[in-house]
Design a protein around this ligand. Structure first.
Ligand code: NAP
Length: 345
């Protein structure tokens, strides 16, 4: 019999304002043997994502809230270590699932949206939680479909060195944009953005007047703004859009921990005169693009046109710290937690 112990992170209390370590607790469980159709999966990596902050609040949204006293859920990649009779996966299969925030779990395939992955040689399986997974797909659908990107568009991206942002910048370049500018919260992140092809990068923490910095970076205006941040970034982007420009509203991390709704951009009136399109989206409504996304990503990776960074925290007990770090810019690229060996069997 294999070891069936697993540690998991539970929601202890709902955060009020900035999420804190004491909102979480670590617990150990002993898993049952997998029954009919079930498998026991040992996770190698789990993801922490900004949207999980919304699930910590007791409100209805496009995903149900996490429950106090229960283990959180989220994306994970791992390996099947035991299979029950009639299971659709074999021992040794690599799978991605929604069974994150724990070291191991027992489930059948559909329960946790489990899917087999065939790792691409030279690309770690954790990439299925980042550039080859949900964040990459968000970048692809958000820029190409929601932002209706065309090669003549100049593109401004906020949180540009992050999991979604870095992919947006590189897709825009790979698809022929002549001007891509990203903003990020450190000089190191900005230097890397130039390495991956951005024409300019703005350190929003040191640039002073963000509106003026964006105006300087886009003398002919912005064609598409890919918004990951909201707030001051959104106002600066609105102030510098071209006529018929599009704003792909992907996220507004600046206000995920806010206790009061901050006032909106003061220059919304520009949407009218410039005939702008402002469109929010949720990636799960765009998974019909998945085959195109996987094909294009494989081509760009092979051509050296797609690079990404990862920040990896070791140990399930560090998952809360990794999650909190997202709101402090402590991740350089995709924030991940390694919860077990890459190969469990
Ligand atoms: N619509 C969808 O379906 C969908 C799907 C996935 C993600 N998203 C959204 O996409 C955005 C990026 O997600 P991600 O997973 O790629 O995260 P990420 O960019 O890898 O990590 C979050 C980054 O946001 C920046 N940040 C944090 N607080 C900030 C603040 N107050 N002002 C400005 N920047 C701040 C930090 O970078 P700096 O060091 O640069 O500040 C941090 O590293 C989030 O808003 C997320 O909610 C939406």
């Amino acid at each position: 019999m294999s070891n069936r112990k697993s540690r998991e992170i539970r929601l202890k209390s709902r955060p009020n304002g900035m999420v804190k370590p004491e909102n979480f607790e670590l617990a150990e469980v002993t898993l049952p043997a997998p029954g009919d159709g079930q498998v026991l999966v040992r996770n190698a990596y789990m993801t922490v994502d900004p949207y999980m902050r919304g699930r910590m609040m007791d409100r209805q949204s496009y995903v149900p809230p996490f429950q106090i006293g229960e283990a959180l859920t989220g994306g994970a990649v791992g390996q099947v270590v035991e299979a029950g009779p009639g299971a659709q996966f074999k021992v040794g299969d690599h799978v991605q699932s929604f069974g994150g925030w724990r070291e191991a779990f027992v489930a059948n395939g559909p329960e946790l949206m489990m899917q087999k992955i065939d790792p691409i040689p030279g690309v770690g399986i954790q990439s299925y939680l980042g550039s080859l997974g949900m964040p990459g797909m968000t970048a692809y659908a958000g820029l190409l479909r929601v932002g209706e990107f065309k090669p003549e568009d100049s593109v401004f991206v906020s949180a540009a060195s992050g999991a979604v942002g870095a992919v947006v910048c590189q897709i825009a370049k790979a698809k022929g944009s002549k001007r891509v500018v990203g903003s990020a919260g450190s000089d190191e992140k900005c230097a890397w953005l130039k390495e991956i092809g951005c024409d300019e990068a703005i350190n929003y923490k040191t640039c002073g007047d963000l509106n003026a910095a964006v105006a300087k970076a886009f003398p002919d205006g912005i064609g598409v703004y890919f918004d990951n941040v909201g707030g001051a970034h959104l106002e600066a982007a609105l102030g510098n859009m071209r006529q018929f420009g599009r704003l792909a509203e992907c996220g507004m991390i600046e206000q995920y921990n806010a206790t009061d709704m901050p006032p909106g951009p003061r220059n919304m009136i520009l949407i009218v005169g410039l005939s702008l399109t402002v469109r929010g989206f949720i990636v799960s409504n765009h998974y019909d693009m998945l085959p195109d996304f996987m094909r294009d990503m494989a081509t760009w990776i092979a051509a050296g046109k797609m690079k990404w960074k990862e920040t990896i925290y070791d140990g399930i007990e560090r998952a809360p710290e990794a999650f909190i770090g997202l709101f402090r810019g402590e991740n350089f690229g995709k924030m991940l937690v390694r919860v077990g060996p890459d190969k469990a069997v």
